[in-house]
Design a protein around this ligand. Structure first.
Ligand code: UDP
Length: 465
């Protein structure tokens, strides 16, 4: 007899596709009596190279269905990346409905799991009589922020508020409001953010890619809040779920061979995620800062852009090497550092014994990959909720240092050299490294057979009849 299906809907972009599929893989490895059908929206002419390569690595029990791509013109008018990603799903709704209808007519489907930006697809759960879940590939703090957004709106934007006063999201350390993604009610995407926050009350539960030891007080406060307000949302921390590493693109062996020749924990890995970019000025400062630090580095370089999220949904044809300061490569090449264009096998790099630190944009997947490998972080957030993740690492867990930017928001070369030396050799760096190592042990325990995240997932699956 055919196994019952779980229908899964990601949203556009590598890091809204891979996490929900990694979740699906974990689900099936623990509970092989199910199979997954994944309905994949995208923007533009086709999926990115990295997403395509990733799909080729899926096991046969996960069946991907590529929906017709949404044209770029339909999403590009939006200033907010989150809303662009969300629109990839909104414009795909007729196809999602059609595929779900066809699936339900030929197979037994028990649950619908959608990415946080694919919440529009939740409407089909009632229609097809499915249990429904949001998969939040982010921190529990982000869920807390969504659920607390109405109260926060009143606090943040009240007339008499002192902008220097810190804000407190329940269960979390006091935080400066500049670390929130929205600085005013008219910020691009803010209204949509508030609307999205309401959607968390629709599904039967929310899976969060985090674990108790990493965000204990936030998770406890979230559960108290939900109980007190008699909300329906059930929170399920099921992480850390990270990709096991796949040969995304070129550069793989060059990076790993170079790392093989370095001393243990001597190399700073520098990367800003699947699409983060720096301005030309910032790129120059980073180059000089790394050089000045005297530390070994492995830098994944992308062409500069003044909009940090510009490459997220694709578009990276330029050769990035020509944007480096003159003479930089000649002075540093191989001896001090290796610069690779566009993409590197991050998971393998973070797992390599020569990697001793990570200059990280604090995308949540990168954060979890660093945590599971016990690699301490220089937190350099760029866009979306990355600053909040940086606060989790630097202030709450104290496993990261955070460089200071000047008044023009530029992190200067001296500051970069300072934090690089501090993390790799300094007194504070030693303590940070110790804390990160013990967090990585907690991460490993969370997903062991009897670990809390494994048990939580089993409890949910037990209700899928
Ligand atoms: N990644 C990679 N090689 C790169 C850049 C990114 O393998 O050169 C992977 C990385 O391992 C992570 C994901 O892309 O799994 C980036 O996700 P994250 O949430 O950190 O950031 P985002 O891309 O959403 O900004």
């Amino acid at each position: 007899m055919e196994k019952p299906h779980i229908a899964v809907v990601p949203s556009a972009g590598f890091t809204h596709l891979v996490p929900i599929l990694e979740f699906s893989k974990r689900l099936l490895s623990l509970h092989p009596r199910f199979q997954v059908t994944c309905l994949i929206p995208s923007v533009g002419s086709s999926l990115s190279t990295s997403s395509q390569s990733y799909l080729q690595t899926l096991p046969p029990t996960i069946h991907p269905i590529l929906l017709p791509p949404v044209s770029k013109e339909h999403v590009q008018a939006e200033q907010s990346l989150a809303v662009q990603i969300e629109l990839s799903v909104t414009h795909s709704l007729p196809h999602i409905k059609q595929e779900l209808s066809s699936l339900c007519s030929r197979a037994r489907v028990v649950a619908l799991v959608v990415d946080v930006f694919a919440h529009d697809a939740l409407q089909f759960a009632t229609e097809f009589n499915l249990l429904s879940y949001i998969y939040l590939p982010q921190a529990a703090l982000i869920l807390s922020w969504y659920l607390y957004s109405q109260e926060l709106d009143e606090i943040l934007f009240s007339e008499n508020r002192d902008p220097e006063e810190s804000i407190e999201i329940p269960g979390f350390v006091p935080m400066h409001s500049r670390d929130l993604p929205f600085q005013s009610r008219s910020s691009p995407g803010y209204r949509k953010f508030l609307e999205r926050a309401e959607k968390f009350h629709l599904p039967d539960g929310v899976f969060v890619n985090s674990f108790h030891e990493m965000e204990a007080s936030t998770i406890n406060a979230l559960r108290d809040e939900i109980r007190q307000k008699k909300r329906k949302t059930v929170v399920y921390p099921v992480g850390p779920i990270t990709q096991s590493g796949f040969n995304g693109r070129e550069n793989g062996s060059e990076c790993l061979n170079w790392l093989d020749e370095q001393e243990p924990e001597s190399v700073l890995y520098v990367s800003f995620g699947s699409g983060g970019t720096l301005s030309q000025d910032q790129l120059n400062e980073l180059a000089f800062g790394l050089e000045q630090s005297g530390k070994k580095f492995l830098w994944v370089l992308r062409p500069p852009n003044n909009i940090a999220s510009a490459s997220y949904l694709g578009g990276e044809a330029d050769d990035p090497m020509r944007f480096l300061p003159r003479g930089f490569l000649e002075r540093t090449s191989k001896k001090q550092g290796l610069v690779v264009p566009l993409w590197a096998p991050q998971v393998q790099i973070l797992g390599h014994s020569s990697t001793g630190g990570f200059v990280c944009h604090c995308g949540w997947n990168s954060v979890l990959e660093s945590v599971t490998n016990g690699v301490p972080v220089i937190a350099w957030p760029l866009f979306a909720e990355q600053s909040m993740n940086a606060v989790i690492l630097s202030d709450a867990l104290k496993v990261a240092v955070r460089p200071k930017a000047n008044d023009s928001r530029l992190v200067e070369r001296e500051e970069i050299a300072r934090v690089a030396r501090e993390l790799m050799d300094g007194k504070e760096g030693i303590e940070i490294r110790k804390r990160m190592k013990s967090l990585s042990i907690a991460a490993e325990n969370a997903i062991k057979e009897d670990g809390p995240s494994t048990k939580t997932l089993a409890e949910v699956v037990a209700t899928w009849k």
